[in-house]
Design a protein around this ligand. Structure first.
Ligand code: C5P
Length: 371
């Protein structure tokens, strides 16, 4: 069994959780343990003997069994201000926790949450720890997870994709974000990728009818997602890609086969690196046809226009007209047209609350054994 504690001699770190999680995401680990004291600091109701295995209740016992932990004969060791569980298991010594010690302070733990990773290729339990870490970060006013961080659980077997496609204004972004958060997968906004290419095209004043120029831009742009922000190279373009001109031109740019090929390739590459809940138009039909859960989210045009108009303050009739035009372009294009995948679950969000829709999708993800 391999173990990484980030607490080894000389490595007592000025550790940033984000770095740690990105590191963990690319390591061969099975689960993450976070010290009970770190949770207690957040006001969680945990007894000092809680192991805090950051897993769902049905999986705690298998993990304990696998580690050979018998709580009765496990000594708690006082370590600075914290107690630490030193377990001798039949797989060797395991420090389950991690706690404050030495020059680390409780404040630091509260800020960054110190994690221990236990790794083994033999262990095949699923653990969703990022939600807990996210909650802890939220409790101390920190941002959500970085886009690149994926649950170690996602590394068990093939990465998974939940595809959420549908027309503009159906509630995709809100629903997709919420589902990703609930199941601990990474959120991917594929629309933001097409918008970013369009922004680059407009900023470079390229001729939007020049297929070669557009293709060159699409294959050259460096689109990144970090902390819920969208980047073109080093530049944060989260706001810029929502500008009205970008919104209007994007369906035209997104219809170029070269643009689609470049974006689909990037999305597929991302999907091999972790588990995602991705929103788009063609995720379930083209990008990830094997996705174990596909949702087609829709709502009546009037409802979608009403929501957009409330969001942007634009007059309802104008929004409705623009939306119908976008639908027409997205559904009518030759490649990757917006359509319902045969095996998609169609959810009409008209008159429904976001929460009930999210609950339904999370329920389906559980039913299908995705989480
Ligand atoms: O989802 P969003 O409204 O941000 O998408 C903007 C535009 O990007 C869509 O109208 C569509 O033309 C294009 N798009 C696409 N394929 C995707 C996602 C978005 O063609 N997977």
């Amino acid at each position: 069994m391999t173990r990484a504690t980030y607490k080894e001699e000389g490595r007592r770190p000025d550790l940033q959780l984000r770095d740690l999680l990105v590191d963990l995401a690319s390591s061969d680990c099975d689960f993450v343990v976070i010290g009970s004291s770190a949770l207690a600091i957040q006001g969680w109701d945990v007894a000092p003997t809680d192991l805090d295995l950051m897993t769902c209740s049905t999986e705690i016992d298998p993990i304990k069994r696998w580690l050979g932990i018998h709580e009765d004969d496990t000594p708690w060791v006082q370590d600075g201000e914290a107690s630490r569980l030193e377990c001798t298991t039949d797989r060797g010594p395991v420090d389950l926790y991690l706690e404050v010690s030495g020059d680390l302070t409780y404040d630091q733990v509260a800020r960054d949450a110190i994690a221990v990773v236990l790794g083994s290729s033999a262990l095949s339990v699923r653990v969703g720890s990022l939600d807990h870490v996210r909650d802890m970060r939220a409790a101390v006013g920190r941002d959500a997870m970085p886009a690149g961080a994926v649950a170690p659980a996602a590394k068990q077997g093939a990465p998974k994709v939940v595809a959420i496609d549908g027309p503009a204004g159906a509630g995709k972004s809100t629903v997709t974000r919420a589902v990703a958060r609930r199941i601990g997968f990474t959120y991917l906004d594929t629309g933001a990728m097409y918008r970013s290419v369009t922004l680059a095209v407009l900023e470079r004043r390229a001729d939007t009818d020049d297929a070669n120029a557009i293709a060159r831009i699409a294959s050259g742009v460096d689109i990144g997602f970090r902390d819920d922000r969208v980047f073109l190279g080093d530049r944060d373009v989260t706001g810029a890609i929502r500008a009205a001109d970008v919104t209007e031109v994007t369906p035209h740019i997104a219809a170029y086969p070269e643009v689609r090929t470049a974006m689909v390739e990037r999305q597929r590459q991302l999907f091999t690196e972790g588990s995602f809940v991705a929103e788009g138009r063609d995720t379930g039909t083209v990008v990830a046809p094997d996705a174990p859960l596909k949702i087609y989210l829709t709502a009546s045009p009037e409802e979608r226009a009403r929501r957009r108009s409330l969001e942007t303050g634009e007059p309802l009739q104008r929004v409705l007209g623009a939306l119908e035009e976008r639908d027409r372009l997205d559904s009518g294009r030759r490649l990757s047209a917006l359509k319902v995948a045969e095996d998609a679950v169609v959810l009409d969000t008209t008159g429904r609350s976001i929460e009930t829709v999210v609950d339904e999708i999370v329920g389906l993800a559980h039913e299908r054994g995705i989480v």
